[in-house]
Design a protein around this ligand. Structure first.
Ligand code: FES
Ligand code: FE
Length: 481
């Protein structure tokens, strides 16, 4: 690892060699690199905070995290969303220690400074309101308007998905996301295509794993390679998402019709997704028959909408919005955020979405399906966690750290994409273009490149002539050969 540069950042780009497809294990282990992530990446990236339906009414709040900082997502009396640092301006006490709820104000437990739901320091006389004994303590010197809770510089509600950014210089959410918004649409829109027609189930699954947060992001943004081996047990007990009539992850991916339409999409901005582009419902084989009507009818509507837009079906993921919001937009429809705790510890949060219009029976079936399939007690999550935890433990040794990981799948064989700033890979299972692009972008942030530099790099066209094996003739998809 090279010495810090003048900006205080380490030259982590030298540890990420996307030309050779080799990435140092240090980036998953090293304390200094983790510190640089906390300083240069998380305070500048757009981060997922929560779902707007978690705070429907004035006074509602939801406790979340942005990188290493606790935040409150609140709905104020004007109906606006606020993202506030959950730390008192007096001595830093957490002003709210509940996961969610409704309140008139946040009163700090330490010395009782009180903040309104929009974060301003309350101006109400009385010992337990506003600033206790304000007159005696401060006279007229306390400039109350300056001492409200720290606010995120930017907040954006994308069809119910609420994101925030600490950096006033950061590009707009739309610019940061680019054409990757198509995957967010499929997550946030209802199953039948109704825009923003989803809501979050009450409650968020939260658990800790003993591995680096990037293992989670990388897995979701394009690691279809692990399914057939890691999740073999899921298929063995018959709860796999292989599609109706299909049993195995491997079977689904290798089989003619379906795999022809499977591809990965890698964005220069670091986002990535793997996808199916076929007009086929991603429907679990074990769904109860009387739910067919609901899902099939919704899917037909969705298909019509996508066809009218000239798009092939897809965009369901799994996918990762750079850096740490992963999601899947099929079965299950879920959001997963990997909160960094230390280089080798991560707190994982999972939200689950359902159509606002879904009947009770569908909600109940999906709820049970989600719990069984994903989350800390779900079958797939347990499989994945084991891999990440053991990979971390056996990579932290002195000898292991000298040897990089191999990211050479599909090297140099990316294909053209009509989505701005992206390339595709038709290595249906074994392709690591998404991971290479993710770590390249990660290193640019951690090395603390300026916004103009980051923006310029995001516009570099990754495609080279020899990489263009196929051309796109359908918006949002590629020609299925
Ligand atoms: Fe909050 Fe003192 S720490 S009032
Ligand atoms: Fe998995």
């Amino acid at each position: 690892v090279e010495e810090p540069t003048g900006t205080g950042a380490r030259q982590v780009r030298s540890l990420v060699d996307v030309q050779k497809g080799e990435i140092s294990r240090e980036i998953f282990i090293d304390e200094q690199i983790f510190k640089a992530e906390l300083e240069n990446l998380f305070p500048r990236a757009w981060l997922f905070v929560g779902h707007a339906t978690q705070v429907p009414n004035p006074g509602d709040f939801f406790s979340s995290w942005m990188g290493a900082d606790p935040v409150l997502l609140t709905r104020d009396n004007k109906g606006e969303l606020n993202v506030l640092l959950n730390s008192c301006r007096h001595r830093g006490m957490r002003v709210c220690r509940y996961d969610e709820g409704n309140t008139l104000q946040f009163t700090c437990p330490y010395h009782a400074w009180s903040y309104s739901i929009d974060g301003s320091l309350v101006d109400t006389p009385g010992a337990l309101h506003g600033v206790p004994q304000q007159k005696a303590a401060y006279g007229t010197n306390l400039e109350r308007e300056k001492w409200g809770l720290v606010r995120a510089a930017k907040v954006h509600n994308y069809k119910g998905l609420v994101f925030a950014n600490w950096d006033p210089e950061a590009p707009s959410f739309d610019e940061y996301v680019g054409d990757f918004h198509w995957w967010l649409d499929n997550l946030a829109d209802a199953f039948d295509g109704t825009e923003g027609g989803t809501e979050a189930y009450r409650g968020v699954h939260k658990w800790r794993i003993r591995s680096n947060w990037k293992f989670v992001s990388e897995n979701f943004l394009g690691d279809t390679y692990h399914g057939a081996s890691t999740h073999a047990s899921v298929e063995a007990v018959g709860i796999g998402p292989g599609g109706k009539g299909k049993r195995r992850h491997g079977e689904r991916q290798n089989e003619g019709g379906f795999s022809k339409g499977r591809m990965k999409t890698s964005f220069r901005r670091g986002h990535g997704a793997s996808d199916n582009i076929a007009y086929e419902i991603p429907y679990p084989e074990f769904a109860e028959d009387d739910l067919d009507d609901y899902f099939v009818a919704a899917w037909e509507k969705r298909k019509e909408k996508l066809q009218a837009e000239g798009r092939l079906l897809g965009g369901r993921g799994p996918a990762t919005l750079f850096p740490n919001m992963s999601f899947a937009a099929g079965f299950p429809r879920t959001i997963l955020v990997a909160h960094p705790i230390s280089p080798t510890e991560t707190e994982v949060w999972r939200w689950y979405l359902v159509d606002k219009s879904a009947p009770e029976k569908v909600r109940d079936w999906l709820r049970r399906y989600y719990m069984r399939y994903a989350g800390p007690a779900g079958m797939t999550e347990q499989d994945d966690m084991e891999n990440w935890d053991y990979a971390t433990e056996s990579s932290r040794g002195v000898i292991a750290r000298r040897y990089p990981f191999n990211y050479q799948q599909g090297l140099g064989q990316e294909t053209a994409s009509d989505l701005a700033g992206s390339v595709h890979s038709h290595h249906a299972i074994a392709g690591e273009v998404n991971a290479r692009a993710f770590y390249r972008r990660w290193a640019e942030f951690v090395d603390n490149l300026s916004w103009p530099e980051l923006t310029k790099l995001a516009q570099v066209d990754d495609r080279t002539t020899e990489h263009v094996a196929e051309t796109t003739d359908v918006a949002g998809g590629v020609k299925v050969l």
